[in-house]
Design a binder for this molecule. Structure first.
Ligand code: FES
Length: 329
């Protein structure tokens, strides 16, 4: 049984199943609404009730004010009309520049740094899970980084690989350490999740390509993704697995299958090349005809993955990577 929620002033209509919240339905159908706690605490997802019965969960009534609905909690029992000015459809994210605070720069491991940026209050950065941004740093026009967290909060997390010899990455880190604010341009990239996929999903990352995959996993988990979800993460050396606690925490999620591959791990079959990542992937138990794959890494790794999965039956239209755009074959 489903009901329909009409959002004003945009006039967007969203079908809500009896088992889901309005926020889940909105995300599944390719709309974006602001959310943070997703548990009725922060009120960032509040909408004004214009008509209908949104159900008791998530309904706030304050004397002399129009009733308010927290869409992260509400499971409506009849068609409703809500006013929510910051709900946007999937294709309406506009590229923009904002100044954000540099909250922290932390060495995670083996030359990989975690950077936390904080957008100003009331300036929720709009992006889809898997998109990237540009740091606007003087004299550097190629500071592009995947956003490593899910959309819906003021915090933006980046993973920056900065080995001592790599001057542009070292310059970026020095700038972020020296400046309390940095300007960013976002969102960018079409390899992203604008809506919840209705098929199994396989995510493949090499090195800090993990950042893009992490954003997608966090968003899928937050939106109760209902299909099998597999993650493959390959690195050259075990110490480059800079986010293992996060990766390990996914292993306990129902329906998730996580494989980490490192070249110098004696317990691992990998002998030092990303073709072993592809080999591991080929053992994935899935119907490739009906699976969506998102790959994040070097062009060599991405194309080797696409070629191998095509042989196994994955249609090209279901293989997604930013590499297809910025380094076409
Ligand atoms: S109250 Fe925090 S997201 Fe709904």
């Amino acid at each position: 049984v489903s009901v329909e929620v009409l959002f004003q002033p945009g006039g967007y209509r969203v079908k809500v199943e009896s088992t889901e919240t309005i926020l889940e339905a909105v995300a599944r159908q390719g709309y974006r609404a602001p959310s943070a706690c997703r548990n009725g605490v922060c009120h960032i997802c509040a909408a004004k009730l214009l008509a209908g019965d949104p159900g008791p969960a998530g309904l706030l009534t304050v004397p002399d004010n129009a009733p308010t609905v927290l869409v992260c909690k509400a499971k409506p029992t009849s068609d409703c009309e809500l006013e929510m000015t910051n709900l946007h459809p999937a294709d309406k994210l506009v590229l923009r520049e904002i100044s954000v605070q540099v909250k922290s720069v932390t060495l995670l491991s083996a030359d990989v740094y975690g950077v936390e940026l904080l957008a100003p209050a009331g300036e929720l950065p709009a992006f889809y899970a898997g998109q990237y941004l540009q740091l606007l740093i003087p004299q550097l026009d190629s500071a592009f980084f995947s956003i490593a967290n899910a959309p819906g909060s003021r915090v933006i997390e980046l993973h920056i690989l900065a080995p001592p010899g790599q001057s542009s990455a070292v310059t970026i880190l020095a700038y972020l350490r020296a400046n309390p604010l940095v300007r960013i341009r976002l969102p960018m990239g079409s390899c992203c999740l604008a809506r919840i996929p209705e098929t199994p999903v396989v995510l493949v990352a090499a090195g800090t390509g993990f950042a893009q995959i992490k954003s997608m996993v966090e968003w899928l988990l937050a939106n109760n993704f209902r299909h099998p979800l597999s993650v493959y993460w390959g690195v050259r050396k075990a110490e480059e697995r800079y986010a293992m606690p996060v990766f390990e925490s996914w292993r306990t999620q129902p329906g998730m299958h996580c494989v980490a591959i490192a070249a110098d791990n004696p317990d691992n079959e990998w002998t030092g090349h990303h073709t072993e990542l592809v080999k591991a992937l080929s053992r994935e138990q899935t119907d490739w005809q009906t699976t969506a794959v998102y790959a994040s890494g070097s062009p060599a790794m991405v194309y080797a993955t696409q070629d191998a999965l095509r042989v196994l039956g994955l249609p090209d239209a279901q293989f997604h990577s930013d590499v297809l755009e910025y380094a076409p074959r």
